[in-house]
Design a binder for this molecule. Structure first.
Ligand code: MG
Length: 384
């Protein structure tokens, strides 16, 4: 039985994790839940799974929910409440599925308090990959990727030794503008960008899929998770999103992991690892699908991939700057303040202004993140 603390339980990954817990009651028990603001959903989940440790990071939302807590519940409020809950709650694994940098401290706290870490939030490894991987190694704890691509690679690597890997190949759907020209991308609307062809996800990650910043972040994550230089992290566009990623070995053989597009697959594998369990999830019918296709990504139309490689190669504070500037730009795009191509324009110019600090500590990482946000917002004021 795995006891799991779930941070970000009301989001799309959080809800899928609850689905897995519902399907595997004898394998998985949720023992802690955290949300930012969605307290109604938190209370429903706490009741359904009988969870006694609850956290709400938004101070106002935490204040409003206090009178409605289940009896005997231990309640943690405020931004550092998540970290305290992780430290004080007995569990085997912490699954971090919070958007943004708020997951960073609880992720490190999970490893430091002797728990395995299941990572769904990209920011954790993009910003602090070096620190997080070192902490896991020091404590002898696992880092289990929940992202479908990294989970696929993790599955393909079972039984392999690291020296046998030539490269990893991340698949990308290519998003809704895979076939659009640069001129067409100038006119992309928010509604068009929010229509993802294969996955149904939150707004931020859907826009990131359309710009391919999502794949860029995933390249940096893969670099840390699998200990490979950026030059050995490849991307191939695969519009059907059935092959979730691949590993190419030194003998030229390639292993891939395939399934229908449902996040319950990687979540379940992360939770039941190193075992596999029967699931009620739909099997893959390749004959019915008929075709799987692949093409090279176009880095001219999708500069996010090139920028990610630059950020990952430079390391230090630059990947965090890449991430933070993108967050500000995506928000501005969703508010209708900037054009679609301006997203990568802004990120590139903030990256160019940044003086990368090598081997930063957490404080410097957070400071660089803040700096990038200020720089990006300043650009919003001047040109759109
Ligand atoms: Mg992914």
């Amino acid at each position: 039985m795995k006891r799991v603390i779930l941070l970000g339980s009301s989001g799309s990954i959080g809800e899928s994790t609850c689905k897995v817990a519902r399907a595997l009651p004898e394998k998985m028990k949720i023992v802690g839940l955290a949300v930012a603001k969605s307290t109604d959903r938190l209370l429903e989940q706490a009741q359904e799974f009988g969870v006694k440790a609850l956290a709400v990071s938004d101070v106002q939302a935490a204040e409003n929910v206090k009178s409605r807590l289940p009896t005997g519940a231990k309640f943690y409020s405020g931004p550092d409440g998540l970290t305290r809950m992780v430290e004080e709650t007995q569990a085997d694994m912490v699954l971090v599925a919070i958007v943004g940098t708020a997951g960073l401290a609880p992720a490190l706290a999970a490893l430091q308090s002797g728990k395995d870490l299941a990572v769904a939030s990209k920011e954790i490894l993009v910003l602090a990959g070096s620190a997080v991987m070192a902490e896991a190694k020091k404590r002898g704890k696992q880092i289990l990727p929940v992202d479908s691509e990294h989970n696929a690679i993790f599955q393909c690597l079972q039984g392999a030794n690291g020296k046998e890997v030539r490269k990893v190949i991340l698949t990308a759907s290519g998003g809704p503008f895979r076939r659009s020209s640069s001129q067409e991308m100038e006119k992309v609307t928010v509604a068009q960008a929010l229509k993802h062809p294969t996955w149904s996800m939150g707004k931020k990650i859907t826009i990131d899929s359309a710009t391919m910043f999502n794949k860029g972040l995933e390249m940096i994550e893969a670099h840390w998770l699998f200990g490979l230089p950026m030059s050995r992290v490849d991307v191939v566009v695969h519009p059907q999103s059935i092959v979730h990623s691949m590993v190419e070995f030194i003998d030229g053989s390639v292993l891939a992991q395939l399934s229908v597009t449902d996040m319950c697959f990687p979540i379940q594998y992360a939770v039941t690892y190193p075992e596999r369990m029967p699931s009620g999830l739909p099997p893959l019918d390749l004959a019915k699908l008929g075709n799987l296709s692949f093409e090279a990504p176009d880095e001219k139309r999708f500069p996010a991939l090139r920028l990610a490689r630059e950020a990952g190669e430079a390391g230090g504070t630059l990947p965090g700057v890449f991430n933070a500037a993108n967050e500000v730009a995506v928000e501005a795009f969703l508010e209708g303040r900037i054009s679609f191509p301006r997203i990568w324009g802004m990120v590139e110019s903030v990256m160019q202004e940044h003086r990368t600090e090598k081997n930063p500590n957490l404080e410097s990482i957070v400071a660089a993140d803040q700096w990038a946000r200020v720089q990006a917002k300043a650009q919003l004021g001047s040109k759109t």
